[in-house]
Ligand binder design. Structure first.
Ligand SMILES: Cc1ncc(COP(=O)(O)O)c(C=O)c1O
Length: 367
């Protein structure tokens, strides 16, 4: 073993394994429950579009053939929807994979990566796996502090990650804040606008159009995913948009057949369902208002969200709260992993799931 230990790149030992939380199957087996309401990973409770399911049925018998390495049909659909050139798009096995490609293509040992704290786990991972330094900039009032992030950039900074909406708090940075930030950032840094939850926020008047910077040829990478509003988390498919030069670099390091056939056909078919996103957003809007009302009744502080999850201060130890909820058949994320020991992050579910969660929380808190 000692020999192997010495062979592993030292930076790999700095990587903290991603902790996905307990799966529903684990919780059911551990507690003998018949059903678990999973509100832990910000998935879409309405599930995928019927068009996606139909497309997968039709494609299933063809999975013995490798998928299209260039994802031509899906890329064309995205190019039309987002009004960008197909050569400005890259498809990944989830947007996570595109962040990994970015690290491989751009980050040298000794470079650094800037992001807000708390951070989505893949940002520090991307830095560590490439032996880069992490520069974490504290949030202010649950929001990214973009001026402080611009101050933190130095001559070894390669990448800045901004999740907008911000996971885990659900806040956004506005159009004007983004414009002021882009005015300050020079083009030797790649700014990643991680818009995994943008569909839930995009109708708001202040939500930025970051594709404008891509069209202007700025060094940006806009990341989006089919895992959230499109309801395809289990398939792993996301996409990135940026200049043809950035895309070219990402494609150099991309695995040849990185996106499976099912993922490609389901995502492409989903784009034709013009109601998938509006119905998901409508369920979310109703659900979040209902949850706010329940939190108000319990006297709890929460962050008003632009996303499909709510960050709420339970006033008790978040791990104990999680355990109490789990025993009642509900899973959420604990805030301790984000540095908030009394918060939990709960995904907005179906109306009946929100009710089950709120009743369980009220029981756990004795309120
Ligand atoms: C902020 C943020 N970015 C990216 C992702 C990853 O999405 P994907 O499923 O496309 O890899 C998530 C998933 O939870 C997320 O919360």
């Amino acid at each position: 073993m000692a020999e192997i230990d010495g062979m592993i790149r030292p930076t790999i030992n700095r990587i903290r394994p991603y902790s996905p939380g307990k799966s529903s199957a684990e919780v059911m087996a551990e507690l003998g429950l018949e059903k678990v309401t999973k509100l832990a990973s910000n998935e879409n409770p309405l599930g995928p579009s019927p068009l996606a399911i139909e497309a997968m049925r039709e494609a299933a018998a063809g999975v013995f053939v490798y998928p299209d390495p260039q994802c031509i049909e899906l890329t064309a659909g995205l190019a039309e929807m987002c009004e960008v050139d197909p050569e400005c798009i890259v498809i990944g096995r989830g947007s996570d994979e595109i962040m990994h490609m970015l690290g491989l293509a751009f980050i040298d040992p000794g470079d650094n990566v800037v992001f807000s704290l708390p951070a989505f786990a893949i940002y520090p991972y991307t830095a560590r796996v490439m032996d880069a330094e992490e520069i974490g900039v504290p949030h202010v009032d649950f929001r990214h502090d973009l001026p402080a992030m611009a101050d933190a950039i130095n001559d070894r900074t390669k990448v800045v990650f901004v999740s907008n909406p911000y996971n885990p708090t659900g806040t956004i940075v506005t159009r004007d804040e983004v414009a002021a930030f882009m005015d300050r950032v020079s083009d030797d840094v790649v700014v990643v606008w991680d818009e995994a939850y943008m569909e839930y926020a995009a109708s708001g008047p202040d939500y930025p159009d970051t594709l404008q910077y891509v069209r202007e040829g700025r060094n940006c990478l806009v990341l989006r995913t089919f895992s959230k509003a499109w309801g395809l988390a289990g398939l792993r498919v996301g996409y990135g948009m940026g200049s043809p030069e950035i895309m070219g670099a990402l494609k150099q390091v991309r695995e040849p057949f990185n996106v499976g056939l099912m993922a490609q056909v389901a995502a492409a078919a989903s784009l034709k369902d013009l109601d998938q996103v509006p119905r998901s957003v409508a369920n979310n809007d109703t659900g979040k208002e209902h949850l706010y009302a329940r939190f108000d009744e319990m006297g709890l502080d929460y962050v008003r969200t632009h996303s499909n999850f709510i960050f709420v201060d339970t006033g008790m130890d978040s791990v104990e709260c999680f355990d109490g909820l789990m025993r009642l058949g509900v899973t959420v994320r604990t805030g301790d992993i984000f540095g908030f020991p009394t918060h939990i992050r709960v995904t907005v579910g179906l109306p009946e799931e929100n009710e089950i969660f709120a009743d369980a929380l009220s029981a756990v808190l004795g309120k």
